[in-house]
Ligand binder design. Structure first.
Ligand code: SF4
Length: 316
């Protein structure tokens, strides 16, 4: 392996010392998928390629951007560690914590993948992570009102979204503590049978997909050797990326053209010497409100509902 490559690889694959030995405790980011956490902690994460390591560092870049943004804010803590006062193996490192007179604000930042759209609502594993952090902050600062916010950033295209309005919730927190305890005891007893495999966007980077009961593995089903189709599957995956990029480009262009046509019906432009005509066409469209119909006429809905089945190949 090239020396420079090796140097970068070694630097990026060394563990983040700020987080301590993660095999010894259950952190808030371990709650997303108990099955994955068990296998990561029990068997150690598999070696990653340099590309995978670089992608995983995106989150730290987002944190660094926000750290700079908050550098002049008073009373802000970065990567503060909290431990559950009664369960010493439950810990969390909060990205940012803002201390007010009566209130504490917990901020969790998330980085979005290159081709992933910003979600309309936060993913469940994001909510779980923040709820656990707010709960630990509450237990360590019982007189303060604990609030939370998630900031999601796509550093490739500059899109960002703020999900605000979270507040410490005892019921959600207790459920998460129970989940953490279940994971911890499964690890101690080397038995993961009762652990849930919960799908989320992290499945894309998960090293346990091949034996994951939720994502891929089906009990008693033989796994076909399709390595002779490697090139074709690779082309298929590449074409999916092109398709998504083309879709995004089309949407952006469509929006710019629509805006230009605000009060006009006809337009012309010239591409490589050829006139291109653009015309605004008004269309009337009818759509069927299936949900309303189902609510108001459930019998009729059931009478006309036809069930059919088909299968398709999911490539992940
Ligand atoms: S593939 Fe997804 S559901 Fe399965 S273990 Fe990994 S993260 Fe969990």
């Amino acid at each position: 392996m090239n020396k420079l490559y090796q140097l970068i690889y070694d630097a990026l694959s060394s563990p983040n010392e700020e987080l301590g030995d993660r095999s010894k405790y259950i952190g808030s980011s371990d709650l997303g998928c108990p099955y994955q956490t068990y296998h990561n902690k029990k068997n150690g994460a598999q070696p990653k390629t340099l590309s995978q390591l670089l992608v995983l560092r995106r989150g730290e870049m987002v944190e660094a951007i926000l750290k700079k943004a908050f550098s002049n804010c008073p009373n802000v803590a970065y990567q503060k560690e909290y431990q559950h006062p009664e369960i010493d193996y439950i810990k969390s490192h909060l990205d940012f914590e803002f201390f007010g007179k009566d209130t504490i604000g917990v901020l969790e930042c998330k980085s979005i993948g290159k081709d992933a759209p910003l979600p309309k609502t936060p993913y469940q594993n994001w909510n779980d992570q923040l709820n656990m952090q707010m709960g630990l902050s509450h237990l360590n600062n019982p007189t303060k009102l604990i609030k939370g916010v998630i900031v999601a950033i796509n550093i490739t295209n500059g899109e960002f979204k703020i999900f605000d309005g979270y507040q410490y919730n005892e019921t959600s927190f207790n459920k998460l503590v129970q989940r953490a305890q279940k994971i911890y005891h499964a690890i101690q007893n080397s038995n993961y049978e009762d652990l849930e495999a919960i799908q989320s966007p992290i499945c894309n980077y998960c090293q346990h997909k091949i034996h994951c009961p939720s994502f891929f593995y089906v009990k008693n089903e033989e796994i076909l050797d399709l390595t002779y189709l490697n090139d074709i599957v690779s082309e298929f995956l590449q074409s999916q990326i092109y398709e998504s990029e083309a879709k995004q480009t089309k949407q952006t262009a469509q929006q710019a053209i629509q805006e230009a046509f605000n009060n006009y019906k006809l337009g012309i432009c010239n591409i490589d010497g050829e006139d291109i005509r653009l015309k605004k066409v008004d269309v009337e469209k009818y759509s069927f409100n299936e949900k309303l119909f189902k609510d108001e006429h459930p019998d009729l809905y059931d009478k006309y509902l036809r069930k059919s089945s088909y299968s398709y190949i999911r490539v992940q």
